[in-house]
Design a protein around this ligand. Sequence first.
Ligand code: P1T
Length: 382
Amino acid sequence: MKFGTKTIHAGQKPDPTTGAIMTPVYQTSTYIQSSPGQHSGFEYSRTGNPTRKVLEDNIAALENGKYGLCFGSGLAAIDAVIKLLKPGDEVISTNDLYGGTYRLFTKIFENYGIKFHFIGMENLSNIDNYINKNTKLIWAETPTNPMLNIIDIEMLATISKKHNLTLVVDNTFATPYIQKPLELGADIVMHSLTKYMGGHSDVVMGALICNSEEIAEKLFFIQNSCGAVPGPMDSFLVLRGIKTLHIRMERHCQNGEKIAGFLINHPKVEGVYWPGLKSHKNHNVAKKQMHGFGGMVSFDLKGNNLEDAKKVVENTKYFTLAESLGGVESLCGHPASMTHAAIPKNEREKTGVVDSLIRLSVGIEDIEDLIEDLDSSLSLLV
Ligand code: P1T
């Protein structure tokens, strides 16, 4: 089955009891047992729910993985992964990553004795220096949030396997339409389904996908024991959103390219970060492992002035100033004060998250309107 067919059909059959084409919202917390322990596959909705199960199977199929698990948010999915570890274990993570992930690692899990090393992974030549006998897991976002750095997943997987580590790739920015980390050697793929997968800015949810039965069993145990599961209505909404993922992503990629092209020629703009640009430092890796370059574009301003950045994001009309990304509508954000405020200023500036950095989630509106919107907002700068 090809990708576009999978988005619509994988894991989904007409409902056996009514013939309903769309997966019903099984709004139930519990299920009949004919005798203690005798049931038809579901016993309690924290452990499993039929609507959630269809979504989990669908997402696993999209990533070409065997097992899928959904969580109440992207962060709840990340939380479940780090719970695979024990005090004393160490993690190597990309240094450019979602601020909430950084906060979870440093403000929650460091208190439980897990150590995190944040390093740039655009060049993997010195990663061995950070691996020791306690290292258990590598956490990679690619493209990274918000600098759109690209990490060579295949090369990272080779290093990870050599040292017997678990490689986790946060595939939120790319989606499986653009990139399939399991095929490139990753052990676990993580998603904030809140973003492109849901696609309509109406649900908060996360997911994990893997191929190893051993890892899947551990994750199912954590999912059920800790209980950060999504409800059936939200699962239904994400299933519905995914049906158009391939079509939406095509348009996000097209619009992303046009916006990056517009910005790179703009006299007020200093740098443009989008993996499809030939000037992007890992454009060749992006070309190798991605099928399209996505709709996330970041840029900073000449003079690196905070007030200028505020003026731009406060005056756009279609690019709404808001947290989040990946919906059909365009959003803009100011990472330093919004999504990445949890990262100390000196740390974030090392990775390029400067005061004038603006992050765009380019939606699927008509490109002429989006360019006109940015043009008129940037023209307010003197
Ligand atoms: O928001 P939540 O569904 O919990 O997902 C967290 C998360 C994980 N990974 C990446 C790459 C993310 O971008 C996010 C959430 N990001 C935003 C809310 C944001 O505006 O960047």
